[in-house]
Design a protein around this ligand. Structure first.
Ligand code: NI
Length: 280
């Protein structure tokens, strides 16, 4: 009996609620056509959930920061204006490379090194120092073979093994490759491009390995240099390292600015391309 009364009471209450909802007055803030001017009191009366809007704004801002990070202009020399040149050193790393790094650090001159992969093991500290000192570091094959005569598999591993060695020594995403002996072919270029490498050749070759005399190397470089040049040197020769202070002094006096190879091309070196010098 008590249950039935209770159910009836509930049913009555439900009916009252339904009727109340049906006959409820219209929502106080009906959509207003934007074509008509908004009556001022309505605008002022619109309730604003401040917290909700603030949180939306924060979420929106953080999302924007993720999508569009602030772009920082690279702080490099402007080679469109300056007479830039790039010193490049091949066939290291060797113990003598440290002496060259001391000279470059003292004179605050950046350079580009093309390393033989098989020599990186045991000289990791030198490679780490190159990176820390702001030099560019590239790939010069695993064992300095002429790549044009190799079968596809060997060709690929000459490149990739050196990439691994460079990466393990702290060189991130190496993109510069100097082919041993300057030997290139379509298949070598294709293999290099597929592994993310651009080929960096040179425009000044003082034949330092042949001269074996510091003063002669300095003369050969300063005689042939011109704006935009890439200069080929080898840090495996003491005479070449001995020539570097003189090369730096003379070329500074002539108004040249030393840059890395990527800087010489405004940081836009493209895989699969071949570079000889900065175009005039
Ligand atoms: Ni070489």
């Amino acid at each position: 009996m008590r249950n039935r009364c209770f159910s009836r009471a509930l049913a009555g209450l439900a009916a009252l609620l339904v009727m109340g909802a049906l006959s409820a007055p219209p929502a106080p803030f009906e959509p207003v056509s934007l074509a008509e001017p908004l009556p001022l009191p309505v605008v002022l009366a619109v309730p604003i959930d401040v917290d909700r809007f603030a949180s939306l704004d924060v979420a929106d801002r953080s999302q924007r920061e993720e999508v569009e990070p602030e772009e920082v202009e690279p702080e490099g020399p402007d080679c469109a204006v300056l007479d830039c040149i790039a010193l490049t050193f091949d066939d290291g790393p060797v113990p003598g490379t440290d002496r060259l790094l001391d000279i470059l650090a003292k004179r605050e001159v950046p350079a580009t090194f093309f390393l033989i992969g098989s020599q990186i093991q045991g000289h990791q500290k030198i490679v780490e120092r190159m990176v820390a000192d702001g030099h560019a570091v590239g790939n010069h094959s695993w064992s300095h073979l002429s790549l044009t005569g190799l079968k596809k598999k060997n060709l690929k591993s000459q490149i990739s093994r050196t990439t691994d060695a460079l990466t393990n020594a702290g060189v991130t995403d190496p993109v510069l490759f100097r082919p041993p002996y300057g030997d290139l072919s379509d298949s070598v270029l294709k293999a290099l491009g597929s592994q993310g490498y651009a080929s960096v050749m040179w425009s000044v070759d003082p034949k330092d390995w042949q001269l074996d005399d510091a003063a002669a190397v300095t003369r050969a470089v300063t005689r042939a240099v011109e704006p935009g040049a890439i200069i080929l040197l080898h840090d495996i020769h003491d005479s070449t390292i001995d020539a570097v202070p003189g090369i730096i002094s003379k070329l500074h006096k002539q108004g040249y600015t030393f840059v890395t190879v990527p800087e010489l091309f405004d940081e836009e070196v493209q895989p699969g391309e071949v570079y000889y010098r900065r175009p005039l």
